[in-house]
Design a binder for this molecule. Sequence first.
Ligand code: AMP
Length: 235
Amino acid sequence: MVFRNQGCSGIVELESALARKGYEKRRISPAAVEVENRADAAVAKICVFTGSRQGVRSQYAAAARQLGAALVERGYGLVYGGGNVGLMTVIADAVLELGGHVTGVIPDSLVTKEVAHQGLSDLRIVRSMHERKAVMAELSDGFIAMPGGIGTLEEFFEVLSWAQLGIHGKPCGLLNTSGYYDQLIQFLDYAVDQDFLKPKHRSLLILENGPAELLRRFEAFMAKRGDQRFDRSKI
Ligand code: AMP
């Protein structure tokens, strides 16, 4: 596990607070971080937003495990919120168990609340929710929302609105496990009907019931699009 603090001024206090909580820190030189960043960049990564709870149906956790397996099978690393709670930890554990790469990005304020996952390939502790989302967006080549609550919806709609504004050109998909997002999709269609959402922007949302189908759609989307960079200066 690597703690790569993203420019936090209170780095010493944070590190000692984490050490007190039992998080072990690996000391690495700036050059080594650079090498790791380059190695990381070589692996395509998919960001998954999902619940800090597991929901009432066993199908939700089953779908998280399936998506984790599909990511590893197709050679993608996982980027997620870094917590050890809910569906978030189910997918992270599934990827790790299959030998995949997992990057967690968590604000220091949530390290205790969501219990930062201690077994990740790379754990990045950042200063704020905003920084968390910007780092996740920068690191990832595409975004998926699985079932979740307000946090999941907020994170996903932010990257979708960034796609609408042309801040990035990365695929955004909803994994509609057990029809969880049916009403949300109906609502978006109503927004089109009422002329608050352009059909071309509604079509930015890739919708599938199964992980493998969703990743195939992502690959087709990425093959068509050239520049997928995320321009942090535009947010
Ligand atoms: P939820 O879907 O509400 O269970 O939340 C899923 C994840 O979203 C959790 O890791 C929350 O910490 C995170 N979250 C909630 N609100 C925000 C926010 N405004 N920015 C970034 N992450 C958030």
